[in-house]
Design a protein. Structure first.
Length: 158
């Protein structure tokens, strides 16, 4: 992976086929996760990744959180889905990915969402938390940290 900025201000992302595949698969999973919230049953325990992406507005007050969610969640989930799809569409085109400052924003938001979902799966709650130990968590942790590197690279290039 390489991210560089041109003299004109555009960013070029050179991603390997494997990196594109990982990002594409993750964005598909993110969209599916956001779509699944529509089939949640009242009283069900919310998926930890979904709870991290669409958190309660009022910790400790389920009624107030539910009311707030009723007015805001659909729009927030639609925005997150649109960002993930923008990233996915750019990945499907061949060659380097060229982003303007405006088109980099959905990428940055979507990468944040991907990292939040992975962090929830890994049990990472705070900065500096390394998540679970053991070989079964290592591939997911590697992707989590790689996404952080990608995000930092894009921000630095901007």
């Amino acid at each position: 992976m390489r991210v560089h900025r041109s003299i004109g201000g555009t960013l070029t992302l050179d991603l390997s086929r494997e990196e594109r595949g990982i990002l594409h698969g993750l964005t598909d999973e993110l969209v599916a996760l956001l779509d699944e919230r529509d089939i949640e049953q009242p009283g069900e325990t919310r998926d930890p990744a979904l709870a991290r992406l669409l958190p309660d507005a009022y910790q400790g007050d389920a009624a107030a959180s539910a009311e707030f969610r009723r007015f805001t969640e659909d729009e927030l989930a639609a925005a997150k889905t649109a960002d993930a799809r923008a990233l996915s569409m750019a990945l499907q085109a061949g060659g380097p990915i060229v982003l303007e400052a405006e088109t980099a924003r959905p990428w940055l938001r979507s990468i944040t969402d991907l990292r939040l979902a992975l962090a929830a799966r890994l049990g990472i709650r705070d900065d500096g938390d390394e998540g679970p130990l053991g070989p079964e968590a290592e591939p997911t942790k590697a992707v989590y940290f790689w996404l952080g590197y990608l995000q930092e690279s894009i921000l630095s290039a901007l």
